[in-house]
Write a protein that binds this ligand. Structure first.
Ligand code: AHR
Length: 324
């Protein structure tokens, strides 16, 4: 049923776009740019905001968007990309669920002459000509920021400092970058020990599951730090800790990535100790890149989005409302 409804919407969208193109041609005005956008899912608060940013920016820029949600399934994303190629959109943008497995479909887009923009996450390929440009976060830097916070927080502690890690979707760029960047820093300090690291898929429900598992394996006093790859998993873990009488931020230090409003509130309350921003508001930049690649203008191969870090050592009172 859900599949039929989605198919209906894609067809409707395509018909609307074709009708619109036709009427534009008839009245002599320039065709609007048509963008096929494949979002990987709706797993987190960050993702919901990102989809909002993309769709509203398209509307504002006068770009016709065919927006498809792949529901965390790479096969759905590939199917969406193929439908965009079949309908000859002007440009494709997508947020790849994982890094590998894209070469064939992107080769098809290239053969059809449709430029591709990577948004949020990267792909692993030996053929860099398969995409025109990428706009994403520097996930390795985010991981390093988490490590640097720990070095500062525990500078007068001899250790061991036991860390549990709630990791993001396996094989995804943010999970890889946040894992590696964190270790770039803590590996220079043997007192830091990652005693647990598992994939929680960036979801609150999995954060809850993982935290229950961790508390089955370890006594709370054996855990010093939780390093969570996103806020939703953090929120799930916090709920479990609080239900078990553990004071998050005090008994166990918490580092979280994303910087949604709820985590900013937690930082102010001392429930979370460090938040690293991952910026979902990329819509306007995506539309600008889309216009440029369609016009054949030069664009940088990779652009990183601006991001900040806040922790218990700085002033947190004036952080502006995040809106999500
Ligand atoms: O790729 C960005 C990450 O994906 C965000 O940190 C997370 O919340 C999302 O699901």
């Amino acid at each position: 049923m859900v599949r039929h409804v989605r198919t209906f919407f894609v067809i409707l969208c395509i018909l609307t776009i074709s009708a619109c193109k036709e009427s534009r041609q008839n009245d002599g005005a320039a065709d609007p740019v048509v963008l096929g956008y494949s979002q990987l899912g709706d797993e987190s608060t960050w993702r919901t905001r990102n989809s909002f940013s993309i769709t509203t920016a398209a509307q504002k820029a006068g770009i016709k968007i065919m927006f498809e949600d792949a529901m965390q399934d790479q096969a759905n994303q590939i199917k969406a990309l193929r439908s965009f190629i079949a309908y000859k959109v002007d440009v494709i943008a997508f947020s790849p669920l994982v890094e590998t497995g894209w070469d064939t479909v992107l080769g098809e887009a290239k053969a059809a002459g449709i430029p591709v923009i990577l948004v949020d996450r990267m792909i692993k390929t030996s053929d860099q000509s398969l995409y025109a440009c990428a706009l994403c976060s520097d996930f390795r830097r985010e991981g390093r920021k988490a490590g640097e916070f720990l070095v500062k927080k525990y500078k007068n502690v001899s250790g061991p400092v036991n860390i549990v890690e709630l990791a993001g979707t396996e094989e995804s760029t943010p999970a890889i970058g946040r894992f590696e960047g964190f270790r770039d820093i803590i590996s220079a300090h043997p007192k830091f020990r990652v005693i647990f690291s598992e994939d929680g898929d960036f979801m609150a429900s999995k954060g809850r599951e993982l935290m229950n598992k961790i508390l089955d394996l370890y006594k709370p006093e054996e855990i010093n730090v939780i390093y969570s790859h996103n806020d939703d998993m953090t929120f799930g873990a916090i709920e479990v800790m609080q239900a078990s009488g553990i004071r998050p931020g005090k008994d166990i230090a918490i580092i979280s990535v994303d910087m949604t409003q709820r985590s900013v509130d937690y930082l102010k309350l001392g429930v979370v100790n460090c938040i690293i921003e991952c910026n979902p508001n990329s819509g306007a930049q995506v539309m600008e890149l889309a216009r440029k690649v369609v016009a054949g203008e030069p664009v940088p191969k990779r652009t990183y989005i601006d991001e900040q870090t806040f922790d218990e050592f700085g002033a947190v009172g004036n952080i502006p409302n995040r809106g999500y």
